[in-house]
Write a protein that binds this ligand. Structure first.
Ligand code: ATP
Length: 324
């Protein structure tokens, strides 16, 4: 099929996620192999508005598949949330001959992508966020690395927590979504998982659980707390006062965003990045690349942003069955 477009742009936006570089590499090389020109847009939408746009070739993306972060940098951009900003962004694309654009980021970034599509720029989104919180897709680039970083850290805290017979609260990322907490909590055999989707603030229940388990002879207690619940340090003080058991908080923070991406993140990023370019070549716009039921597919961005998903209740309930 003849290419309907000649030049595409690629940007990363929102929070960085391990595997974004692998996605950029796949976009750039798939496009070049198909005879397209590629422009890299620095610092997300702010770089587009500020004309921070560079030509990319095969070597621009050499030696990055194994690197965390994003070589294009990322930024939050308030101006892109305004109609004027969106028009200016589309004009900037036209000025630089960018007829199609791949946006790698989370749901906020896709709202920007949808706006660009409405302004006449062919736009495809690729889900890159450690939070796994894009409803239309079962996988988002960065989640696997982030959750594995979290379990490595939790395992280490568990060793010292067990030695000191302590209660440990470990705070993981996830302001609105508890997927990192759920997966890392279950995978480290944690005793309690507090996530924004479910936690009702009932600390007394937690206190009773800790006291009861200590009475049964349990030496240490691990609570995985999602960032959206937060306040881990003050919670530790309150739990210690109520249970008499030494309680410490560890906030994992930004380390969960970094590091060399896992095989799964590199693989998904490569497939999704390439698919985004194929969609642009087919003349598609306003689509979001997704993974569902073992297949890579795509959705209308507006429809995708309307979709909702929730933590599987049976997975969440498993914590109480698996702890002692
Ligand atoms: P993460 O899930 O990692 O936080 P995200 O893509 O959701 O990633 P946001 O900060 O929500 O991160 O959005 C990134 C950028 O997308 C914003 O800084 C802004 O430039 C653009 N954006 C967000 N919401 C909108 C919107 N409603 N309309 C246009 N652009 C938007």
């Amino acid at each position: 099929m003849a290419n309907s477009i000649g030049t595409i742009g690629v940007l990363t936006s929102g929070g960085d996620a391990p595997g974004m570089n692998a996605a950029i590499r796949a976009v750039v090389r798939t496009a070049l192999h198909s005879g397209l020109k590629v422009k890299g847009i620095m610092r997300g939408y702010s770089g587009l508005l500020e004309e921070e746009i560079v030509d990319m070739d095969m070597t621009s993306v050499a030696e990055i598949i194994n690197r965390g972060g994003t070589i294009l940098y990322t930024a939050r951009c308030m101006e892109m949330m305004t109609e004027d900003g969106q028009k200016k962004a589309a004009d900037m694309c036209r000025k630089h001959g960018i007829e199609g654009i791949v946006v790698i980021g989370g749901d906020g970034s896709f709202r920007g992508a949808g706006a660009l599509a409405r302004e006449g720029i062919n736009t495809i989104g690729v889900p890159g966020t450690i939070d796994l919180d894009i409803a239309c897709t079962e996988y988002t680039i960065g989640f696997d690395t982030a959750v594995n970083t979290a379990i490595e850290a939790i395992d280490k805290v568990r060793d010292t927590s067990a030695s000191h017979e302590r209660c440990s609260i470990i705070e993981v990322m996830g302001r609105h979504a508890g997927y990192i907490a759920l997966w890392s909590g279950i995978s480290t055999g944690s005793d309690a998982i507090l996530i924004p989707e479910r936690y009702d603030g009932n600390e007394q229940e937690l206190i009773n659980q800790i006291i009861a388990s200590r009475k049964r002879g349990k030496k240490h207690f691990i609570i995985v707390n999602a960032e959206g619940i937060g306040h881990s340090t003050s919670m530790a003080k309150r739990l210690e006062a109520a249970t008499g058991i030494e309680t410490r908080a560890t906030i994992l923070g930004y380390m969960q965003r970094g590091g060399s991406p896992s095989c799964k993140d590199r693989y998904f990023a490569s497939i999704m990045g390439a698919k985004a370019v194929d969609l642009l070549i087919e003349g598609k716009t306003n689509r979001l690349v997704a993974y569902q039921n073992g297949d890579f597919c795509d959705f209308d961005i507006a429809e995708a942003l309307q979709m909702t998903k929730d933590i599987p209740e049976d997975h969440f309930q498993l914590t109480t069955k698996l702890t002692r």
